[in-house]
Design a protein around this ligand. Structure first.
Ligand code: ADP
Ligand code: MG
Length: 592
């Protein structure tokens, strides 16, 4: 059977088993499945937030609590319908998430984790201690859900509702990840690259955080009306940790891992709670200890988690992401050949006492290749970072098509038509070549997260992937289109970076040592590509150490040493310049 069909069959069997569970399972099993569904809902948000975007939250259970308490208070004290409790729960969760997200997401690494622990604990303290929330006994007699003619009362009746919501959430995340905003979320782990291709990382982090919190809020709302009471217990730090366990055990970046992890952890815990007191003859909380040991063992032997392991058991599907056809994306017109498009004036960059760029000035015209060369440490990459807005200038100006660029963030500069590659590649190794290249086209799409979650942006997505595929073919990597970028040779990864920059539809292309690691033939192909781009009217600023490659390609050269310009002009003249010869002999020993 072919791989796609087999995967569909496995999915179909899972859904069938789920649909039939209430007919065959006992009350105990269905209760367990309901909890797994509720936990999965929270874990799904965490997959997006922590597994994909790399933002660890130790506070997710608190959002479940905000949703649960909001609806519990409104329905018991004010008698409003639970169906109005849902938007209220979501609104309350959103407000809390936006405030906490705004406060904590600017932190990174350990500080972010500690920040989420801090508000996670604070919120569970609020649930337990604020007047009117019922203290540790909580709020009883929360009404159950009903629709005209039907009352959700039994465990079985809730089963379908819980799993419907969970599967819809799963579908929304699958849709989201497979889209322009989804690729942007996956790029968040590399903020330098993300910002360089037009992604507002600070804002996107908040949206992702909000979405994960809202899923937790929905779980809280379901929890309150299913159990018909709320108390602070399930919303504390311990549960937040368990949600993290679930996604790690399930396979942190894997959407289905949320369900697999929730099932495994919940099942394991329940089983241990049942069996250990009998084995040990007393009823301490031994399950916590055994549970901990089992988790450690599991992570030792299957550190990727359950889903990636299951995934490998099934044959891979080999369907290319490159669409056969799509409407071409709009392209910017190149300015008149020979007109000055970029002017750098007295550029300065100080790192402490070191002037990495010191009073550098040059111009680039449309339709020319300008080489920027100089010994290691001359300040070439720093100059790139000044032009592209990755570093603020210490002095001087950069003007692009008459507009000041200095002071603009990187994501705005790529929007003006300047795209770059990096000397040290910034790619997402696990994503395919075409997906990495599609990140470059981020600025050329409009549709956001909501459209993506609802799959309303398929036409635009096809256009973006079509454009990405075109650029992959253009740079000669068609045969690697759907391979993971990390599996390519380093030289080829640099070429992927060029395709990604081209996908941004640049007027000016900045290449930082693109030929490093390429074989002779590959270098010739690269030179032909760059000449073709120039002939179309693109301007190219090229930093490259392979002097033979540079000399045969560029129209003009600017030579830097110690942050300053020491020569400028056509390649034949520059290579005879005594200052240039001295600079090269003084450092690497190989003159141009
Ligand atoms: P090139 O690309 O020409 O080899 P760079 O622009 O990378 O040179 O570096 C120029 C100088 O600035 C070097 O001395 C380097 O050590 C220093 N430098 C570059 N980036 C930083 C930074 N972020 N902090 C401090 N010093 C830096
Ligand atoms: Mg460099």
């Amino acid at each position: 059977m072919n791989a796609v069909l087999l995967r569909r069959a496995v999915l179909g069997l899972f859904l069938l088993a789920l649909a039939l569970a209430p007919a065959f399972g006992g009350d105990f099993t269905i209760t367990l499945l309901n909890y797994i569904g509720l936990y999965s809902l929270v874990a799904l948000g965490l997959v997006l937030l922590t597994g994909v975007a790399g933002l660890t939250s130790f506070g997710q259970a608190a959002f479940v609590g905000v949703g649960a308490y909001t609806t519990a208070i409104l329905t018991t004290r004010f008698g409003i319908s639970p169906w109005l409790g849902l938007p209220a729960a979501l609104a309350a969760t959103a407000v809390v998430a936006l405030i906490l997200g705004w406060l904590t997401l600017r932190l990174s690494g350990h500080y972010l984790a500690l920040g989420t622990i801090a508000w996670g604990i604070s919120l569970s303290y609020v649930f337990g201690n604020v007047q009117g929330l019922g203290g540790f006994n909580g709020i009883p007699e929360v009404p159950s859900l009903s629709i005209p003619g039907y009352k959700f009362e039994t465990t079985r009746q809730y089963f379908y509702l819980i799993w419907l919501v969970t599967l819809l959430a799963l579908a929304s995340i699958v849709g989201l990840l497979d889209s322009r905003p989804g690729r942007a979320i996956r790029a968040l782990r590399n903020p330098v690259m993300a910002e360089s291709f037009g992604i507002d990382t600070a804002r996107l982090k908040i949206w992702v955080f909000l979405y994960a919190a809202l899923l937790a809020g929905v779980a809280g709302w379901l929890h309150a009306h299913y159990l018909r009471f709320v108390n602070p217990g399930p919303f504390g730090l311990g549960y937040s940790l368990e949600y993290l366990f679930m996604i790690v055990v399930g396979g942190a970046g894997h959407v289905w891992g949320a369900i697999a992890g929730a099932a495994l952890i919940t099942g394991l815990k329940t089983w241990l709670q049942g069996i250990l007191p009998k084995l040990l003859g007393s009823s301490g909380q031994f399950e916590t200890i055994v549970f901990g040991i089992l988790i450690v063992l599991l992570l030792q032997y299957a550190s990727d988690g359950l889903m990636p392991w299951l995934d490998r058991l099934l044959p891979r599907r080999k369907v290319s992401r490159a669409p056969a056809e799509a409407k071409a994306l709009g392209q910017a017109a190149f300015p008149a050949r020979g007109s000055v498009i970029l002017e750098v004036e007295d550029a300065q960059k100080a790192f402490g006492g070191l002037m990495a760029v010191n009073g550098l000035g040059f111009q680039i015209k449309a339709g020319e290749i300008l080489g920027l060369i100089g010994p290691n440490g001359a300040g070439k990459s720093t100059m790139f970072n000044l032009i592209t807005g990755l570093l603020p200038m210490s002095g001087g100006q950069v003007r692009f098509q008459g507009e000041r660029l200095d002071g603009l963030p990187a994501r705005a500069i790529v929007g003006r038509g300047i795209a770059r590659t990096f000397q040290h590649v910034h790619l997402r190794p696990a994503m395919s070549v075409i997906e990495n290249v599609a990140i470059g086209a981020t600025r050329r799409g409009r549709k956001g997260m909501v459209s993506a979650a609802l799959r309303l942006e398929r036409a635009e997505e096809r256009q973006i992937l079509f454009e990405a595929a075109r650029q992959v073919r253009r740079v000669g990597l068609a045969e690697h289109m759907d391979d993971a970028v990390g599996s390519l040779a380093l030289g080829q990864q640099r070429i992927v970076e060029i395709a990604r920059a081209l996908a941004a539809d640049p007027v000016l292309l900045l290449l930082d040592e693109p030929a490093a690691g390429l074989r002779h033939q590959e270098k010739q192909a690269l030179a032909a590509l760059l000449r073709g781009l120039r002939d179309q009217g693109m301007a190219i600023l090229l930093v490259e150490h392979d002097i033979a490659f540079v000399m045969g390609l560029v129209d003009r050269l600017v030579v830097m040493d110690f942050g300053e310009k020491i020569a400028e002009g056509p390649p034949e003249r520059v290579r005879r310049d005594p200052k240039v010869i001295e600079a090269y002999l003084g450092s690497a020993g190989t003159g141009p």
